[in-house]
Design a protein around this ligand. Sequence first.
Ligand code: ADP
Length: 595
Amino acid sequence: MSLGVRMSLRTRMAVTAVAASAAALTAVLVLVGPGLRARAAARERETLLAEARLMARVAEEHLGRGGSLADLDPIVDAAAGEVRARVTIIALDGRVVADSTVSGPDLAALENHGQRPEVREALASGAGSDVRHSATTGEDLMYAAVPVHLGKDVHAVARVAHSLADIDEQVRELRHTVVLSLLLAFAITTALSALFSSSLVGPLREIMQAARQLAAGDLTTRIRVQRRDELAELAGILNHAAAQLQQRVLELSRDHARTDAILSAMEEGVLAVDYKGLVLVANDALRQHFDLSEPLGRHYLEVVRQREVSEIIEGVLQDGERRTSEIEVPRLHLVFAVTGVSFPGADGLAPGAILTFHNTTERRRLERVRRDFVANASHELRTPLTSIRGFVEALEDGAAADPALATRFLGKIHAQADRMAALADDLLELSRLESEERAPNWTNVRPGAVAAEVAASLAALATERGIALAQRDEGAPEVVSDAECLRRILENIVDNALKYTQEGGRVEVVASPADGGGAVVEVRDNGPGIAAEHLPRIFERFYRVDKARSRELGGTGLGLAIVKHLAESVGARVEVESRPGRGSCFRLRIPPTHD
Ligand code: ADP
């Protein structure tokens, strides 16, 4: 068996074929050879008996003509020419009376043949035969004998003898032929089996090679076998299996790609862990949020070090219940609404947990901004209301009786009412801008002309405040924008400059071309300036550097917030540069056209 395992298919086929043909030919040799000799001997016996009968007939005719046994020899000698064999006529007493090979005295000297088995058998049953080895010739001889009759009496026995050397020769020849055929068959079978097996081995090798490639994962491999047999069928089955597998893999990878695309398109972070807590999925959003490099395959504790996250994961892994929680990651300044659910484990393993991280930082910020805004707005409205109530109470308490005081108080009430109205106007404008109710009215606008218009409209105020207001156009190009919007922006900025710059100061409005196209309008003043720490915040609603001074000047704290919104609505940008004590410069950058 071990030999069989080690032998190649080709050798095994050759050995089997040769062994089979050898066995068949040996069987022929063993089974047919001896039978053949027996059959040939039987045929020879029949022939010899016929010849013996012929010779008996010759003797009978001689005796019938009145001849005697004694002078039969010459007749036998003559008749023996008709047959191939030695003919002997034996008298009933066993004497040899005629012999085709011996005559005269030699004949008389022949020993008595009466006891020869064939002679006795012939006399007993009418026909006898025997095979004996002749010491003289060294050959096997076959004898056949029949009685010689005359009327009803038996007078002698006619016997013929013939060497079996021919038959032996034939059998030998047959053996030679068989051995030769055997050798020839060996040669032919070996050649044929080699030819046949090599015709099998080639395609088999190809199939094996392809199967190896398939096993190694190359599913594009196909077997090309130009045959119409079992090998072709096997190749077909393998090809079909490969195609099926390839299709399956393709579908799986398509599914995978789809899931990946969905996961990476998600704004929410997704983290999936198996029952041991090893990370299976961490999508792009999660990687970005938590700045993860290679989270897959690691334990979640190494990846997201946050107590609340561990609690959710452990809880879900334990009982499979859905959990939600809001967690704050101070390190990242982010807040997440985290939901954890269970998901089935692979191949009968315990379920894992999948967590989504919804970034609620912005929502939280907006909520805070809104809360602050409501508080601020209420506070801003409350202040003038409180003072109006104070003046009204003072009037009620008797100040009304003093006309001068009453007039002063009424004036104060008026001023506070104006402030409230201004505040209400600004709030309304801001809410309109935030809700984006009004679409910009795009037209060709010359920023220089808008600046000139604003300067002209505020010239009286500047004079009133003792401030020199100058305006220049240094070749600002025409842009596509909303003229009214630009006007309101500049009005607010110039108004601020006039408001905060001390008497005797100067304010300049300069329109010029921008480097990358479009225009820039700068409003420069030599007022008190703004300290660096306030600069990032002055565009926030209600943010004021000096609250008291702003109020005193009738400011609402909303002007720059409105400016920012207006600028955004036409794609423009407002920047500020300022140094305390050196003045401020507000720069409005207007793009050449809108998107
Ligand atoms: P306000 O109604 O108080 O003027 P704004 O939003 O217009 O509100 O301005 C916000 C704050 O920015 C002001 O309170 C003021 O402190 C500061 N500010 C604005 N413009 C100037 C300027 N040209 N010079 C100095 N400070 C300014």
